[in-house]
Design a protein around this ligand. Structure first.
Ligand SMILES: Nc1ncnc2c1ncn2[C@@H]1O[C@H](COP(=O)(O)OP(=O)(O)OP(=O)(O)O)[C@@H](O)[C@H]1O
Length: 741
């Protein structure tokens, strides 16, 4: 960026004017909210209206609060003398004169798309860098020197703003890139809402960040549709979601649900990960048929007549009666627990008839209804029904299936004995990430269990959440007037539909999202894809990933394999080719690893170089490995300053390396499982855990071991060496793998 110059002084008054306008709008909204909170009573309709105003104003205030940093970052000068300023949100004055154009509006497109070869009507694009409302620098690209006003020919350093952003120290959180989106990314961000868009790109090409900006763009452009249905972003793990969770709020968008695959079924906490061979079986598409068979197997026929004793009368349930009830219930084509009502009703009808016969009386419909009700309350009858067609939760179905070799043998006849053995699970064992898609599959086939206790529990949970929400809201607004949170909560109650789509969607397994973004999509198994597709019934999706980085044993080998079964011929692919993260010196080394994965693949081109070659540090004995890593980390920390450093180690060495560094270093050393994983100056992670993340410096421990650790070891190594934004160090006691030597 240019230093302090005339252009900086030229822009400051306008930028100040924009911030003044922002402050006026905030003050007006705060005052209106304060009045609305003070109002009580009125007709039902007026209370309802007031709630709607409050909800809308709170959302607007949140949006205004989120755009302060870098409110305006660009200016466009057109051939006809017209000027537009581009920023994080649109602003107009009281006469509806546009002061600032939202970066997502069509009018902002030239800011990202215009090139020297195709400038359109643009004569100049200006990047404006501000900090704390002050203009620090401007950077101009002039497309038509002749059309420029005298004295307006600034520096011609088009990539300055981008390079300045790329070389900043990492903070442990991804930042937004509105000011420096590149043309190939902009095309992806503004791609139409409908259909499935696949974004394939090598490491550091901005897939994640572009996908998040796309979410913000889609919410802005299709707010009527997506505002009520919401956007879901699926990421590989909590640490990653934590890494990206500030991007959308900084763009003024909060109505997005971020979730891992393991969290997609509300109420299920998946705390474990399966070994690769187990994950492969659980992720296999044949599991869909296994689960379906497991559900049908629980709709049983008795081997012979069943005797049921009610009020000292023996009633007989013939297999033919059970079969008729089961056929009738199955014909309903409803989920198991819903169809169960048909089955139970038929069975009770049959037993009521038997009882009437035993009593020798002719009964009218009312009498029969009474008998049916009595029978339904009879424990012996309930036990029989439960045996023949039990009410099942997904957890119970799967728990009993995986806990019983005989149930598995019947339902899993298409699996091999070895595969079935891998599914074995003891009762009470924690659910794993690869169980979750199976639980979701089961939930789909089972439907809801009619359970009044559960309904009451959910209502209570909702009420508590509402009061907490109101409390947080009041804290945040800081209205300086006393307001009772439960009063605010009451106002929101019933108006929940307008309060937070994200919150409601997050609690509802069957929520139909308007758009779903899947990041690190190459890692999902076929069963996980089935679950994700259920969340996007309209098939409006953005799928981002890199097939060359597939680490999960059950993950993808091609996008066609993944998508053809769900959207045959109805998906489109875009590619990103420029690496914004990793300097060329590091990428040259990474390219050698990529060749070992597949000689046909080519790495993305780095946008910058640092002049620093990756360093390899040999250790003479593996006994000294951790000590050497500690020495290297200390030296690198001095170079990194306030930035972040990651030590990427083979999983078998993770504990040892973490303990060694924690003892040797004066700074805190985190691991992936801890909440501060991204906040500490040093994080010790496996390559898999570091997927999607980036650090100023990366120290890779024992590359040969990393390579040998799994069948996809080369991919893990590729992921590891493509994490740094500045420096890479390889520490090894074993000889380096040939591709790195
Ligand atoms: N246009 C841009 N302006 C500024 N920074 C950018 C731009 N594009 C990408 N970056 C930065 O480059 C880095 C890599 O981006 P991102 O993590 O989205 O890449 P990715 O393709 O998802 O990588 P990986 O496959 O390794 O996870 C991030 O720090 C991101 O902010």
């Amino acid at each position: 960026m240019a230093g302090h110059d005339a252009a900086v002084d030229e822009e400051q008054p306008y930028i100040t004017h924009l911030y003044e306008r922002l402050d006026v709008l905030k003050a007006r909204l705060t005052a209106r909210l304060a009045t609305l909170y003070r109002e009580h009573g009125g007709t039902h309709a007026s209370v309802w209206d007031r709630e709607a105003f409050v909800a809308r104003d709170v959302e607007r205030l949140e949006r205004l609060g989120s755009v302060d940093r870098g409110l305006c970052f660009g200016r466009l000068d057109f051939r006809d003398g017209q000027v537009s300023y581009i920023g994080r949100m649109g602003l107009s004055d009281d006469d509806y004169e546009q002061l600032l154009v939202d970066w997502r509006a069509p009018a902002a497109e030239p800011f990202y798309r215009a090139t020297a070869a195709d400038p359109g009507e643009l004569v100049r694009r200006r990047h404006i860098l501000t900090r704390l409302r002050k203009v620090l620098a401007v950077d101009d690209e002039v497309f038509d020197l002749d059309a420029m006003p005298a004295g307006g020919q600034g520096t011609l350093r088009g990539e300055a703003a981008l390079l300045a952003a790329l070389t900043e120290h990492r903070t442990g959180r991804m930042s937004d890139i509105v000011a420096t989106i590149q043309a190939e990314q902009d095309r992806i961000i503004r791609s139409p809402l409908s259909g499935v868009l696949v974004v394939q790109g090598g490491p550091g090409t901005g897939k994640t960040v572009a996908a998040l900006h796309r979410a913000a763009y889609l919410l802005y452009t299709h707010r009527d549709r997506l505002g009520s249905s919401g956007v879901l972003v699926v990421g590989p793990n909590r640490t990653f979601l934590h890494y990206i969770d500030q991007v959308l709020p900084s763009l003024g968008e909060t109505g997005v649900v971020l979730s891992t695959v393991g969290e997609l079924v509300p109420g299920v906490e998946a705390t474990g990960d399966d070994p690769a061979d187990v994950a492969v079986v659980k992720g296999d598409p044949r599991m869909a048929a296994v689960i379906a068979a497991a559900v049908r197997d629980r709709q049983r026929l008795p081997g012979g007549p069943i005797e049921v004793k009610v009020d000292r009368v023996e009633l007989t349930l013939a297999p033919s009666a059970v079969r008729a009830a089961r056929t009738h219930a199955r014909r309903a084509r409803k989920p198991h627990n819903v169809a169960r009502r048909v089955f139970v009703r038929d069975l009770l009808d049959h037993l009521a008839g038997e009882q009437a016969l035993a009593l020798g009386e002719t009964l009218d419909e009312d009498d029969l209804a009474e008998i049916r009700a009595d029978l339904a309350a009879e424990p012996s009858v309930a036990a029989v029904v439960d045996e023949l067609w039990p009410a099942l939760t997904p957890e119970r179905l799967l728990g009993e299936l995986f806990g019983s070799p005989s149930l598995l043998a019947t339902a899993g006849a298409d699996l091999t004995a070895a595969e079935r053995a891998l599914l074995a699970r003891s009762p009470g064992e924690p659910w794993t990430t690869s169980d979750v898609p199976l639980l979701d599959e089961a939930a789909e086939l089972l439907g809801e269990v009619d359970d009044p206790d559960e309904a009451a529990r959910l209502a209570r949970q909702r009420e508590e959440a509402e009061i907490q929400y109101a409390r947080d809201l009041l804290d945040e607004l800081d209205l300086e007037i006393p307001v009772d949170p439960s009063l605010v909560a009451q106002r929101y109650r019933g108006a929940e539909a307008r309060r937070s789509v994200a919150e409601r969607a997050g609690l509802d397994r069957s929520w139909a999202f308007g758009h779903v973004i899947v990041d690190e999509a190459q890692e999902l198994s076929p069963m996980a894809w089935r679950m994700v597709m259920r969340r996007a019934p309209g098939r409006s999706m953005t799928v981002v990933g890199d097939i060359a980085q597939t680490g999960a044993a059950a993950g993808a080998r091609s996008w066609a394999d993944v998508l053809e079964p769900h959207v045959p011929g109805r998906w489109r692919q875009e590619s990103l080719t420029v690496n914004y993260r990793t300097p060329s010196e590091v990428m040259d080394l990474a390219a050698r690893v990529l060749k070992a994965i597949d000689p046909a693949l080519s790495p993305p081109t780095s946008v910058r170089s640092t002049g620093e070659q990756p360093r390899t540090v040999p250790v003479w004995s593996s006994l000294d490995l951790v000590e050497t890593v500690a020495t290297e980390v200390s030296a690198e920390l001095a170079a990194v300053g306030s930035g972040r450093l990651a030590v990427l180690a083979p999983s078998a060495r993770l504990d040892e390396v973490h303990a060694g560094l924690a003892a040797a270093l004066p700074v805190s050393v985190s691991r992936a499982e801890t909440a501060d994983a991204l906040d500490a100056p040093v994080a010790v992670l496996t390559a898999g855990q570091a997927k999607g993340l980036e650090f100023d410096t990366v120290v890779v421990v024992e590359p040969a071991e990393l390579l040998a650790e799994s069948v996809r070891g080369a991919t893990d190594l590729y992921v590891a060496v493509t994490r740094p934004t500045q420096r890479l160090v390889l520490v090894h006691a074993e000889p380096l793998p040939p591709m790195l030597a």
